[in-house]
Structures are given as C-alpha cells and as structure tokens.
Design a protein around this ligand. Structure first.
Ligand code: ZN
Ligand code: ZN
Length: 240
C-alpha cells in the first residue's frame, strides 16, 4: 500500500478525501442513529437535553475539514519517511509473529493515551488554552461531529503521535490502520453526547462519553483519551 508511487499532490489529495469520507461515513452513521432515527429511544441517555444547533454542527464539520487537511499534509511527510525506509516498518507479519502484531497495536494505544494526556494537560495552560484548545471546548453539547473539531494548532499537536509510533516501535502497516480505525471510533464515542449503558460505558479503565462530557463542560479533570490510568495516577479523574 505504501509503495504505490503516486505523485506528491495525488497522495495529499487522496489521503484528504479518504479522511473526509471516513469522517462523514462513521460520524454520519452515529449521528443518524442517535440524533435522527432512534432519537426518542435513546433520549434517556442523552447527556444534554437540548439538541445541538445546526450552527454548532456546521462549525464542527468546518473545523474537522481543516483538521483533515492538516492530517493529510502530515501523512504526506510520513509516507516519504516510510517510502525511504526511515521508520520501523516491517513488511511481513511473520517477521515478529502474530503475538507481537497484536501487542504492537496495544502499545500504540497506550503510547497515544500517554501522549494525549500530557499534551492535553499542556493545552490547558491558560496561555496555550486561549490559542490552541479553546475551539474544541466551545462545543459543550458534543456530537459525533465534534470528534475532530480542533483548532489547526491542536490538529498539528494531535498528529504528532504518528511519528512517535513509527520511529519508536516496529510496526506493520495493517497494525497502524487498525490503530487509526480504533482512534477514530473512540473519538466519536467519547463525543457522542450519550451515556451508553453498561458494556459501552461502565468499564473501569476506559474513558467514556460521560467523563469526557464533564471535561468539555469546564471541569479540570478527565484529560485521558482511551483509558483513565493517567487521570487516576495524577489525581485528575472524576467519575461521571
Ligand atoms: Zn480539554
Ligand atoms: Zn473532546
């Protein structure tokens, strides 16, 4: 996949289109199910009684588009590094075996959770917050469309996890794709705006929409992304 010799602009263009379509498809399915089709059925679990306004959703989508332009520009650079064998990519799963393949995906999530927790806390420094992170916090009644609605500076910081992964751990490209898919789903679920019952939100180690909603609504806690290990360790955890 990464060996296809596209010209630079084509790579950038196709990656941008891929990010946009994936966002519209996945966020769109969640939005359709929870905000249109089964709205009444799920009403009890809605975290904010009011429906999000059209203006809010438009802003979320616009900021997300900006994020994807930045992400695809980043990927363009990363693909250059990968193509020139500057990263830790390996081509055959057998090289390290299937156990390592699964382990490498777990390591990616743990690394990302750590990276996210600490960069997120940094972005809450009052001076940095105003410029970098306030945009994301303007969405208090979050929706699936909020999942990538960042200020461009925050988008740049958030994609910083990819070079960390590809230069630190041996990875297979399929593992990286599984990680990116999990990341997208997690972002959408924690911004869903609904406290999903049991299986989806009562896990003791997982960050949930309820805890992330508290964070969006001005509580200086729950900085984590996938898990709450760091929040518990650093005393910033608040159960929703
Ligand atoms: Zn925040
Ligand atoms: Zn958020």
């Amino acid at each position: 996949m990464f060996n296809i010799d596209f010209s630079n602009f084509e790579i950038w263009f196709f990656v941008t289109i891929f990010f946009i379509l994936r966002y519209i498809l996945v966020a769109g399915i969640f939005f359709f199910v929870f905000y249109i089709w089964k709205k009444k059925k799920w009403q009890f679990f809605k975290l904010h009684p009011k429906s999000p306004s059209k203006v809010q959703i438009k802003r979320e989508i616009l900021y997300s588009m900006l994020t994807f332009f930045i992400y695809s520009t980043g990927i363009w650079v990363f693909l250059y590094w990968i193509k020139h064998e500057m990263t830790m990519q390996y081509m055959h799963i057998d090289t390290y075996g299937s156990f390592y393949f699964v382990l490498s995906i777990c390591i990616m999530f743990i690394l990302h959770d750590t990276y996210f927790y600490w960069t997120h806390r940094l972005m809450h420094h009052p001076k940095i917050f105003k410029v970098v992170h306030r945009v994301h916090h303007t969405f208090e009644n979050t929706t699936p469309w909020t999942s990538f609605a960042f200020h461009p500076f925050e988008a740049i910081i958030s994609i910083g996890i990819i070079p960390i992964i590809i230069f630190i751990i041996p990875y297979h490209q399929v593992a990286l794709i599984i990680f990116a898919t999990g990341l997208t789903l997690n972002n959408i679920i924690i911004h869903l705006g609904y406290a999903l019952p049991d299986i989806m939100s009562s896990n003791r180690f997982r960050n949930t929409a309820v805890e992330h909603d508290l964070h969006h609504n001005g509580i200086s806690r729950n900085y984590g992304l996938y898990f709450n290990f760091w929040d518990k360790l650093m005393g910033t955890f608040q159960r929703g």
